[in-house]
Design a protein around this ligand. Structure first.
Ligand code: HAM
Length: 428
Protein backbone atom coordinates (compact mmCIF):
# COMPACT_ATOMS: atom_id res chain seq x y z
CA UNK A 1 0.00 0.00 0.00
CA UNK A 2 1.32 3.44 -0.86
CA UNK A 3 1.05 5.77 2.12
CA UNK A 4 1.50 9.52 2.44
CA UNK A 5 5.18 10.46 3.01
CA UNK A 6 6.49 10.67 6.60
CA UNK A 7 5.51 13.93 8.28
CA UNK A 8 2.65 14.66 5.85
CA UNK A 9 -1.03 13.98 6.47
CA UNK A 10 -4.34 13.95 4.72
CA UNK A 11 -6.79 16.43 6.19
CA UNK A 12 -10.12 14.64 6.05
CA UNK A 13 -13.72 15.56 6.63
CA UNK A 14 -15.16 16.28 9.15
CA UNK A 15 -11.88 17.89 10.42
CA UNK A 16 -11.61 20.01 7.28
CA UNK A 17 -14.75 21.82 8.50
CA UNK A 18 -12.71 23.09 11.46
CA UNK A 19 -9.94 24.26 9.12
CA UNK A 20 -12.49 26.14 7.05
CA UNK A 21 -14.09 27.60 10.15
CA UNK A 22 -10.68 28.91 11.29
CA UNK A 23 -9.83 30.33 7.87
CA UNK A 24 -13.18 32.07 7.52
CA UNK A 25 -12.81 33.63 10.99
CA UNK A 26 -9.26 34.88 10.37
CA UNK A 27 -10.25 36.32 6.99
CA UNK A 28 -12.97 38.34 8.76
CA UNK A 29 -10.46 39.62 11.30
CA UNK A 30 -7.89 40.49 8.60
CA UNK A 31 -10.56 42.46 6.76
CA UNK A 32 -11.32 44.52 9.86
CA UNK A 33 -7.61 45.44 10.19
CA UNK A 34 -7.21 46.24 6.47
CA UNK A 35 -4.91 43.30 5.58
CA UNK A 36 -5.00 42.06 1.98
CA UNK A 37 -4.31 38.58 0.70
CA UNK A 38 -1.11 37.77 -1.15
CA UNK A 39 -0.31 34.36 -2.67
CA UNK A 40 3.33 33.62 -3.41
CA UNK A 41 4.88 30.47 -4.91
CA UNK A 42 5.36 27.34 -2.84
CA UNK A 43 8.96 27.10 -4.04
CA UNK A 44 11.52 29.87 -4.32
CA UNK A 45 15.24 30.29 -5.01
CA UNK A 46 17.22 28.65 -2.22
CA UNK A 47 19.22 31.86 -1.96
CA UNK A 48 16.12 33.74 -0.74
CA UNK A 49 15.99 31.66 2.44
CA UNK A 50 19.76 31.50 2.88
CA UNK A 51 19.93 35.30 2.85
CA UNK A 52 16.56 35.96 4.47
CA UNK A 53 16.28 33.38 7.24
CA UNK A 54 20.03 32.89 7.75
CA UNK A 55 22.57 30.15 6.89
CA UNK A 56 23.20 29.22 10.51
CA UNK A 57 19.57 28.69 11.51
CA UNK A 58 18.23 25.14 11.97
CA UNK A 59 15.69 25.83 9.24
CA UNK A 60 18.28 26.60 6.55
CA UNK A 61 21.10 24.37 7.72
CA UNK A 62 19.06 21.20 8.37
CA UNK A 63 15.41 21.35 7.46
CA UNK A 64 14.89 22.58 3.91
CA UNK A 65 13.67 20.47 0.99
CA UNK A 66 16.07 21.66 -1.69
CA UNK A 67 16.77 20.38 -5.19
CA UNK A 68 18.61 21.39 -8.30
CA UNK A 69 16.40 22.25 -11.24
CA UNK A 70 16.81 19.80 -14.12
CA UNK A 71 15.33 22.13 -16.73
CA UNK A 72 17.10 22.25 -20.09
CA UNK A 73 16.90 26.02 -20.58
CA UNK A 74 20.14 27.72 -19.63
CA UNK A 75 18.25 29.98 -17.21
CA UNK A 76 16.90 26.95 -15.26
CA UNK A 77 19.88 24.68 -15.36
CA UNK A 78 21.46 24.00 -12.03
CA UNK A 79 19.32 26.58 -10.25
CA UNK A 80 18.85 25.62 -6.62
CA UNK A 81 15.19 25.67 -5.56
CA UNK A 82 13.57 25.11 -2.15
CA UNK A 83 10.06 24.34 -0.91
CA UNK A 84 9.27 27.34 1.28
CA UNK A 85 9.96 26.66 4.97
CA UNK A 86 8.25 29.96 5.89
CA UNK A 87 6.68 32.83 3.99
CA UNK A 88 8.06 36.11 5.34
CA UNK A 89 11.02 35.99 2.96
CA UNK A 90 8.70 35.22 0.02
CA UNK A 91 6.34 38.08 0.85
CA UNK A 92 9.21 40.55 1.22
CA UNK A 93 10.63 39.30 -2.09
CA UNK A 94 7.25 39.96 -3.74
CA UNK A 95 7.06 43.39 -2.05
CA UNK A 96 10.41 44.31 -3.62
CA UNK A 97 9.81 42.64 -7.00
CA UNK A 98 6.45 44.38 -7.56
CA UNK A 99 7.36 47.65 -5.81
CA UNK A 100 4.24 47.24 -3.70
CA UNK A 101 5.00 50.44 -1.78
CA UNK A 102 4.16 52.37 -4.97
CA UNK A 103 0.60 51.03 -4.71
CA UNK A 104 0.24 52.13 -1.11
CA UNK A 105 -0.13 48.50 0.03
CA UNK A 106 1.50 47.62 3.32
CA UNK A 107 -0.57 44.97 5.12
CA UNK A 108 -0.58 41.45 3.70
CA UNK A 109 -1.77 38.02 4.75
CA UNK A 110 -1.40 34.56 3.28
CA UNK A 111 -2.58 31.07 4.18
CA UNK A 112 -0.84 27.98 2.85
CA UNK A 113 1.52 25.03 3.25
CA UNK A 114 5.13 25.24 4.43
CA UNK A 115 7.76 22.50 4.42
CA UNK A 116 10.46 21.63 6.96
CA UNK A 117 12.28 18.34 7.33
CA UNK A 118 11.78 18.01 11.08
CA UNK A 119 11.30 14.89 13.18
CA UNK A 120 7.52 14.41 13.07
CA UNK A 121 5.57 14.38 16.35
CA UNK A 122 2.27 15.75 17.67
CA UNK A 123 1.97 19.30 16.33
CA UNK A 124 5.11 19.00 14.18
CA UNK A 125 4.88 17.96 10.55
CA UNK A 126 6.99 18.15 7.42
CA UNK A 127 4.16 19.76 5.51
CA UNK A 128 2.28 22.13 7.79
CA UNK A 129 0.13 25.21 7.28
CA UNK A 130 0.73 28.78 8.30
CA UNK A 131 -1.58 31.76 8.52
CA UNK A 132 0.87 34.57 7.94
CA UNK A 133 0.46 38.33 8.22
CA UNK A 134 3.02 41.04 7.53
CA UNK A 135 3.06 44.85 7.80
CA UNK A 136 5.83 46.31 5.70
CA UNK A 137 6.54 49.70 4.16
CA UNK A 138 8.79 52.74 4.11
CA UNK A 139 9.36 54.26 7.55
CA UNK A 140 7.20 57.21 6.41
CA UNK A 141 4.20 54.82 6.34
CA UNK A 142 4.56 54.31 10.09
CA UNK A 143 5.85 50.77 9.66
CA UNK A 144 8.61 51.35 12.21
CA UNK A 145 6.30 52.59 14.95
CA UNK A 146 5.72 50.58 18.14
CA UNK A 147 2.04 51.23 17.38
CA UNK A 148 2.30 48.66 14.54
CA UNK A 149 3.77 46.03 16.89
CA UNK A 150 1.00 46.61 19.40
CA UNK A 151 -1.66 46.56 16.68
CA UNK A 152 -0.38 43.19 15.45
CA UNK A 153 -0.41 41.76 18.98
CA UNK A 154 -3.87 43.14 19.74
CA UNK A 155 -5.13 41.72 16.43
CA UNK A 156 -3.74 38.29 17.43
CA UNK A 157 -5.53 38.41 20.78
CA UNK A 158 -8.77 39.31 18.95
CA UNK A 159 -8.22 36.59 16.40
CA UNK A 160 -7.62 33.85 18.99
CA UNK A 161 -10.69 35.00 20.95
CA UNK A 162 -12.76 34.99 17.81
CA UNK A 163 -11.70 31.47 16.88
CA UNK A 164 -12.38 30.32 20.43
CA UNK A 165 -8.86 29.70 21.78
CA UNK A 166 -8.64 30.70 25.43
CA UNK A 167 -5.76 30.46 27.91
CA UNK A 168 -2.96 31.53 25.61
CA UNK A 169 0.22 33.16 26.91
CA UNK A 170 1.96 35.95 25.01
CA UNK A 171 5.73 35.84 25.52
CA UNK A 172 7.47 39.05 24.58
CA UNK A 173 11.05 40.23 24.14
CA UNK A 174 13.16 42.72 22.23
CA UNK A 175 16.16 41.35 20.34
CA UNK A 176 17.47 44.86 19.58
CA UNK A 177 19.11 46.16 16.44
CA UNK A 178 22.16 44.72 14.62
CA UNK A 179 24.61 46.86 16.63
CA UNK A 180 23.09 45.63 19.92
CA UNK A 181 23.31 42.09 18.65
CA UNK A 182 26.98 42.47 17.69
CA UNK A 183 27.76 43.56 21.27
CA UNK A 184 25.61 40.74 22.62
CA UNK A 185 27.32 38.15 20.39
CA UNK A 186 30.74 39.31 21.67
CA UNK A 187 29.55 38.93 25.24
CA UNK A 188 28.12 35.50 24.43
CA UNK A 189 31.39 34.37 22.85
CA UNK A 190 33.22 35.41 26.02
CA UNK A 191 30.67 33.68 28.27
CA UNK A 192 30.69 30.53 26.12
CA UNK A 193 34.47 30.18 25.81
CA UNK A 194 35.02 28.35 29.13
CA UNK A 195 31.92 26.12 28.88
CA UNK A 196 31.34 25.44 25.19
CA UNK A 197 33.52 22.29 25.29
CA UNK A 198 30.80 20.64 27.38
CA UNK A 199 28.02 21.54 24.93
CA UNK A 200 26.58 19.70 21.90
CA UNK A 201 28.33 19.77 18.52
CA UNK A 202 25.78 22.25 17.11
CA UNK A 203 26.41 24.71 19.96
CA UNK A 204 30.19 24.39 19.51
CA UNK A 205 29.72 25.45 15.90
CA UNK A 206 27.19 28.17 16.74
CA UNK A 207 29.53 29.63 19.38
CA UNK A 208 31.92 30.46 16.55
CA UNK A 209 29.58 31.37 13.68
CA UNK A 210 26.45 32.86 15.31
CA UNK A 211 26.39 32.59 19.13
CA UNK A 212 22.81 33.91 19.40
CA UNK A 213 21.59 30.65 17.86
CA UNK A 214 22.79 28.79 21.00
CA UNK A 215 19.42 29.81 22.46
CA UNK A 216 17.70 27.55 19.87
CA UNK A 217 19.40 24.48 21.39
CA UNK A 218 16.96 21.81 22.63
CA UNK A 219 19.57 19.39 24.09
CA UNK A 220 18.58 18.91 27.78
CA UNK A 221 22.18 18.72 29.07
CA UNK A 222 22.97 22.14 27.56
CA UNK A 223 20.05 23.93 29.21
CA UNK A 224 21.70 24.66 32.61
CA UNK A 225 24.61 26.31 30.71
CA UNK A 226 22.24 28.34 28.51
CA UNK A 227 20.27 29.47 31.58
CA UNK A 228 23.41 31.19 32.92
CA UNK A 229 24.28 33.08 29.71
CA UNK A 230 23.73 36.86 29.54
CA UNK A 231 20.44 38.02 27.96
CA UNK A 232 19.98 40.52 25.13
CA UNK A 233 17.99 42.95 27.30
CA UNK A 234 21.22 44.10 28.94
CA UNK A 235 22.57 45.18 25.53
CA UNK A 236 19.72 47.22 24.03
CA UNK A 237 20.57 50.78 23.02
CA UNK A 238 18.42 53.75 24.00
CA UNK A 239 16.30 53.74 20.81
CA UNK A 240 15.53 50.01 21.04
CA UNK A 241 14.73 50.29 24.73
CA UNK A 242 12.32 53.18 24.04
CA UNK A 243 10.70 51.23 21.18
CA UNK A 244 10.15 48.23 23.43
CA UNK A 245 8.68 50.45 26.16
CA UNK A 246 6.36 52.00 23.55
CA UNK A 247 5.03 48.56 22.59
CA UNK A 248 4.43 47.57 26.21
CA UNK A 249 2.66 50.86 27.02
CA UNK A 250 0.09 50.33 24.27
CA UNK A 251 -0.40 46.68 25.24
CA UNK A 252 -1.10 47.82 28.80
CA UNK A 253 -3.52 50.46 27.52
CA UNK A 254 -5.51 47.94 25.47
CA UNK A 255 -5.24 45.35 28.26
CA UNK A 256 -3.43 42.61 26.40
CA UNK A 257 -1.58 40.53 29.01
CA UNK A 258 2.01 39.46 28.25
CA UNK A 259 4.98 37.84 29.92
CA UNK A 260 8.46 39.11 29.24
CA UNK A 261 10.90 36.36 28.29
CA UNK A 262 14.45 37.73 27.94
CA UNK A 263 15.65 34.44 26.43
CA UNK A 264 13.18 34.45 23.55
CA UNK A 265 15.31 35.09 20.45
CA UNK A 266 13.28 33.13 17.82
CA UNK A 267 14.90 30.72 15.39
CA UNK A 268 15.27 33.03 12.38
CA UNK A 269 18.05 35.56 11.83
CA UNK A 270 16.01 38.41 10.38
CA UNK A 271 14.45 39.57 13.64
CA UNK A 272 15.10 43.00 15.10
CA UNK A 273 13.51 44.58 18.18
CA UNK A 274 10.13 43.02 19.06
CA UNK A 275 9.99 39.21 19.10
CA UNK A 276 7.04 37.21 20.40
CA UNK A 277 5.36 33.85 20.66
CA UNK A 278 1.90 32.78 21.80
CA UNK A 279 1.91 29.44 23.59
CA UNK A 280 -0.97 27.17 24.55
CA UNK A 281 -0.93 24.54 27.28
CA UNK A 282 -2.83 21.84 25.41
CA UNK A 283 -0.11 21.35 22.81
CA UNK A 284 2.54 19.51 24.83
CA UNK A 285 6.16 19.88 23.68
CA UNK A 286 5.28 21.82 20.52
CA UNK A 287 3.45 24.50 22.47
CA UNK A 288 4.09 27.54 20.25
CA UNK A 289 0.85 28.21 18.46
CA UNK A 290 2.37 31.15 16.61
CA UNK A 291 5.50 33.24 16.45
CA UNK A 292 6.62 36.50 14.96
CA UNK A 293 8.44 39.73 15.31
CA UNK A 294 9.95 42.74 13.65
CA UNK A 295 12.43 42.48 10.75
CA UNK A 296 13.50 46.03 9.95
CA UNK A 297 16.53 45.06 7.83
CA UNK A 298 15.09 42.17 5.80
CA UNK A 299 14.08 44.15 2.71
CA UNK A 300 17.56 45.66 2.41
CA UNK A 301 19.20 42.26 3.03
CA UNK A 302 17.23 40.99 0.01
CA UNK A 303 18.31 43.92 -2.18
CA UNK A 304 15.21 46.10 -1.64
CA UNK A 305 14.68 49.57 -0.22
CA UNK A 306 14.62 50.33 3.50
CA UNK A 307 11.26 48.96 4.62
CA UNK A 308 10.76 48.18 8.30
CA UNK A 309 8.31 45.37 8.89
CA UNK A 310 6.65 43.19 11.48
CA UNK A 311 4.55 40.06 11.21
CA UNK A 312 3.67 36.64 12.51
CA UNK A 313 2.81 33.15 11.40
CA UNK A 314 0.22 31.01 13.14
CA UNK A 315 0.77 27.26 12.95
CA UNK A 316 -2.68 26.37 11.63
CA UNK A 317 -2.23 22.66 12.43
CA UNK A 318 -1.56 23.60 16.05
CA UNK A 319 -4.41 26.10 16.16
CA UNK A 320 -6.81 23.39 14.98
CA UNK A 321 -5.35 20.91 17.52
CA UNK A 322 -5.98 23.39 20.35
CA UNK A 323 -9.45 24.07 19.07
CA UNK A 324 -10.28 20.37 19.11
CA UNK A 325 -9.95 20.52 22.90
CA UNK A 326 -13.28 22.32 23.05
CA UNK A 327 -14.88 22.20 19.63
CA UNK A 328 -15.67 19.04 17.70
CA UNK A 329 -15.52 19.16 13.94
CA UNK A 330 -19.04 17.69 13.94
CA UNK A 331 -20.36 20.79 15.67
CA UNK A 332 -19.22 23.19 12.95
CA UNK A 333 -19.97 21.00 9.95
CA UNK A 334 -23.25 21.70 8.15
CA UNK A 335 -25.25 18.50 7.73
CA UNK A 336 -27.68 17.95 4.84
CA UNK A 337 -31.01 19.66 5.40
CA UNK A 338 -32.68 17.05 3.27
CA UNK A 339 -31.91 13.71 1.64
CA UNK A 340 -33.97 13.01 -1.46
CA UNK A 341 -34.93 9.37 -2.03
CA UNK A 342 -36.02 8.66 -5.61
CA UNK A 343 -38.17 5.53 -5.57
CA UNK A 344 -38.42 3.47 -8.76
CA UNK A 345 -37.60 3.76 -12.46
CA UNK A 346 -37.62 7.26 -13.95
CA UNK A 347 -37.47 8.99 -10.58
CA UNK A 348 -33.79 10.12 -10.76
CA UNK A 349 -34.74 12.94 -13.10
CA UNK A 350 -37.59 14.07 -10.83
CA UNK A 351 -35.23 13.98 -7.86
CA UNK A 352 -32.65 16.01 -9.82
CA UNK A 353 -35.29 18.69 -10.57
CA UNK A 354 -36.28 18.90 -6.91
CA UNK A 355 -32.67 18.99 -5.69
CA UNK A 356 -31.97 21.86 -8.07
CA UNK A 357 -34.98 23.83 -6.81
CA UNK A 358 -34.16 23.28 -3.13
CA UNK A 359 -30.45 24.11 -3.49
CA UNK A 360 -31.43 27.48 -4.95
CA UNK A 361 -32.84 28.24 -1.50
CA UNK A 362 -29.40 27.62 0.02
CA UNK A 363 -30.46 24.26 1.42
CA UNK A 364 -27.87 21.48 1.70
CA UNK A 365 -29.28 18.62 -0.34
CA UNK A 366 -28.00 15.11 -0.96
CA UNK A 367 -29.69 12.34 -2.89
CA UNK A 368 -29.68 8.61 -3.57
CA UNK A 369 -30.55 6.59 -6.65
CA UNK A 370 -33.81 5.27 -8.06
CA UNK A 371 -32.51 1.70 -7.73
CA UNK A 372 -32.30 2.02 -3.90
CA UNK A 373 -34.92 0.31 -1.78
CA UNK A 374 -36.54 2.74 0.64
CA UNK A 375 -34.73 1.11 3.61
CA UNK A 376 -31.36 1.76 1.97
CA UNK A 377 -32.25 5.43 1.43
CA UNK A 378 -33.25 5.81 5.08
CA UNK A 379 -29.94 4.27 6.17
CA UNK A 380 -27.99 6.64 3.92
CA UNK A 381 -29.93 9.66 5.24
CA UNK A 382 -29.27 8.57 8.84
CA UNK A 383 -25.56 8.00 8.22
CA UNK A 384 -25.09 11.54 6.89
CA UNK A 385 -27.38 12.90 9.65
CA UNK A 386 -29.77 14.58 7.27
CA UNK A 387 -32.61 16.46 8.96
CA UNK A 388 -35.33 15.36 6.55
CA UNK A 389 -35.87 12.66 3.99
CA UNK A 390 -38.00 13.51 0.95
CA UNK A 391 -39.61 10.64 -0.94
CA UNK A 392 -40.03 10.98 -4.68
CA UNK A 393 -42.14 8.21 -6.16
CA UNK A 394 -44.58 8.01 -9.06
CA UNK A 395 -47.62 8.90 -6.91
CA UNK A 396 -45.90 11.92 -5.43
CA UNK A 397 -44.87 13.19 -8.85
CA UNK A 398 -48.42 12.74 -10.15
CA UNK A 399 -49.82 14.70 -7.18
CA UNK A 400 -46.94 17.23 -7.24
CA UNK A 401 -46.80 16.83 -3.45
CA UNK A 402 -44.12 14.85 -1.60
CA UNK A 403 -43.71 12.86 1.58
CA UNK A 404 -41.34 14.77 3.87
CA UNK A 405 -40.21 12.99 7.02
CA UNK A 406 -38.39 14.64 9.91
CA UNK A 407 -35.84 12.01 10.87
CA UNK A 408 -35.38 12.87 14.55
CA UNK A 409 -39.10 13.01 15.45
CA UNK A 410 -40.36 10.57 12.81
CA UNK A 411 -43.16 12.98 11.92
CA UNK A 412 -44.22 12.76 8.27
CA UNK A 413 -46.28 15.24 6.24
CA UNK A 414 -47.24 15.63 2.59
CA UNK A 415 -46.08 18.96 1.22
CA UNK A 416 -46.88 20.54 -2.18
CA UNK A 417 -43.80 21.18 -4.32
CA UNK A 418 -44.07 24.96 -4.01
CA UNK A 419 -44.02 24.85 -0.18
CA UNK A 420 -41.15 22.40 0.28
CA UNK A 421 -38.27 24.84 0.60
CA UNK A 422 -40.06 27.07 3.13
CA UNK A 423 -41.19 24.04 5.12
CA UNK A 424 -37.61 22.68 5.35
CA UNK A 425 -36.17 26.13 6.12
CA UNK A 426 -38.69 26.58 8.98
CA UNK A 427 -37.35 23.30 10.41
CA UNK A 428 -40.72 22.04 11.68
P1 HAM B 1 8.23 30.15 13.08
O1 HAM B 1 8.29 30.38 14.55
O2 HAM B 1 9.33 29.38 12.47
O3 HAM B 1 8.11 31.59 12.42
O4 HAM B 1 6.86 29.45 12.72
C1 HAM B 1 5.63 30.00 13.14
C2 HAM B 1 4.70 28.92 13.65
O5 HAM B 1 4.55 27.89 12.67
C3 HAM B 1 5.20 28.17 14.88
O6 HAM B 1 4.91 28.89 16.07
C4 HAM B 1 4.39 26.89 14.79
O7 HAM B 1 3.09 27.10 15.33
C5 HAM B 1 4.28 26.65 13.30
N1 HAM B 1 5.25 25.65 12.87
C6 HAM B 1 6.58 25.80 12.63
N2 HAM B 1 7.14 24.63 12.26
C7 HAM B 1 6.14 23.70 12.27
C8 HAM B 1 6.07 22.30 11.97
N3 HAM B 1 7.13 21.61 11.56
N4 HAM B 1 4.87 21.69 12.11
C9 HAM B 1 3.77 22.37 12.52
N5 HAM B 1 3.77 23.69 12.79
C10 HAM B 1 4.94 24.34 12.67
C11 HAM B 1 8.01 31.83 11.08
O8 HAM B 1 7.82 30.97 10.25
C12 HAM B 1 8.07 33.30 10.71
N6 HAM B 1 7.99 33.42 9.25
C13 HAM B 1 6.97 34.06 11.40
C14 HAM B 1 6.99 35.52 11.06
C15 HAM B 1 6.20 36.16 10.17
N7 HAM B 1 7.82 36.42 11.58
C16 HAM B 1 7.57 37.60 11.03
N8 HAM B 1 6.60 37.45 10.18
Amino acid sequence: MIKSPRGTRDLLPPDTALWNFVEAAVRDVFRAYNFHEIRTPIFESTELFARGVGEETDIVSKEMFTWEDRGRAASDKGQSLTLRPENTAGIVRAYIEHKLWERGLNKFFSIGPMFRRERPQKGRYRQFYQIDAEVIGPASSGSESPARDAEILEMLATLLDRVGIANWTLELNSVGCPADRARFNDALRRALAPVVGKMCADCQRRAVTNPLRVFDCKVPEDQPIIAKLPTISQFLDEACRAHYEGVKQILNAVQIPYQENPRLVRGLDYYTRTAFEFTHGSLGAQNAILGGGRYDGLSEALGGPAAPGIGFAIGEDRLVLSLMETESAESVIRKPDVYIAPLGAGMNREAARLARELRRHDLVVDLGDESFRLKKSFEAADRMRARYILIVGENEVAADAFALKHLASGEQVTVPRGDLAQRILRNE
